[in-house]
Design a protein around this ligand. Structure first.
Ligand SMILES: [Zn+2]
Ligand SMILES: [Zn+2]
Length: 278
């Protein structure tokens, strides 16, 4: 690493779609010279997602996601974190929550009670369809124009800001992962009419952006979000506050950070002040 950097979006094997124990990830983070690793296992509690992502893996068993599974996960992150802290690796504990406004009351109560350092709000469903799953997404995009769903995507992003439950908006513009094939270049500018409103709300409610490098390993050819969106955000006074790989196995930890780290000057010790504080 050119300078100290942390990975703030990491799925350990508590996530049903991920491999690698908390300890394996920490070992790898330490070996790579990261100064921090923040685990953000999936917390999917929308009833409709129950049969697919609404679980944690605990001791090799699939257990429905809920406060007890989070407690168990937090305990393990904290215990392993204690082992690595003296060696110089800071281990953070967070969640990545799939947003739906019907979850607000439950999340407000639960997130308050969990011992977390960091919470990512992500949009995984639009118009009641999981838009990041190969099983559903390509067919949905092939059968609907962008205008059919893009308004709902941005409405959800605004709700994430207004909820004030989250630290960052996760993998923003990830709809391009499966959307590129259906819509070509049009997907790259679909955000334009919606950005100003969203950035106003993000500023007002102190929600930041993450720069998520998974787009590169997904073959999209750029990060989530695109540099066009990052630059528009910066101009609007919304900054990047986290760099995440969205690793689902330890090999993906800090993926492409040697390039991404150049782009997130806000995260450097000498970077600009938090503009929201002024
Ligand atoms: Zn996600
Ligand atoms: Zn993730």
């Amino acid at each position: 690493m050119q300078y100290p950097i942390g990975d703030s979006h990491v799925h350990p094997d508590f996530s049903v779609d991920a491999k690698g124990s908390i300890r394996e990830y920490c070992k790898r983070a330490f070996d790579m010279g990261l100064f921090e690793i923040t685990f953000t296992t999936h917390y999917e509690i929308l009833p409709e997602r129950k049969d697919r992502m609404g679980f944690f893996t605990i001791d090799g068993l699939k257990v429905p996601a809920g406060p007890d599974t989070v407690k168990r996960y937090v305990e393990e992150v904290r215990a392993v974190g204690e082992e690595f802290f003296p060696a110089g690796l800071k281990v953070g504990c967070g969640l990545e929550v799939g947003w739906d406004r019907t979850l607000y009351d439950r999340l407000a109560k639960e997130l308050e009670s969990f011992d977390l350092d960091f919470v990512i709000g992500s949009i995984h469903d639009v118009c009641d369809t999981p838009i990041l799953e190969r099983e559903f997404s390509p067919a949905f995009f092939a059968n609907h124009p962008i205008d059919y769903w893009i308004g709902d995507y941005f409405k959800r992003a605004e709700e994430i800001a207004e909820s004030e439950l989250f630290d960052v908006l996760g993998h923003f513009d990830c709809y391009k992962r499966y959307g590129q094939a259906a819509y070509g270049e049009a997907i790259k500018t679909a955000h334009e009419p919606y950005l100003d409103n969203l950035f106003d709300k993000m500023k007002k409610h102190r929600l930041f952006l993450e720069l998520n490098t998974a787009g590169i390993r997904h073959g999209v050819g750029e990060y989530y979000p695109s540099m066009a969106i990052i630059n528009a955000a910066r101009r609007a006074g919304v900054r990047v506050s986290a760099l995440g790989s969205d690793a689902h196995n330890p090999d993906q930890l800090a993926f492409d950070f040697e390039n991404a780290a150049q782009l997130v000057h806000e995260l450097l010790p000498c970077g600009p002040e938090d503009e929201y504080e002024q």
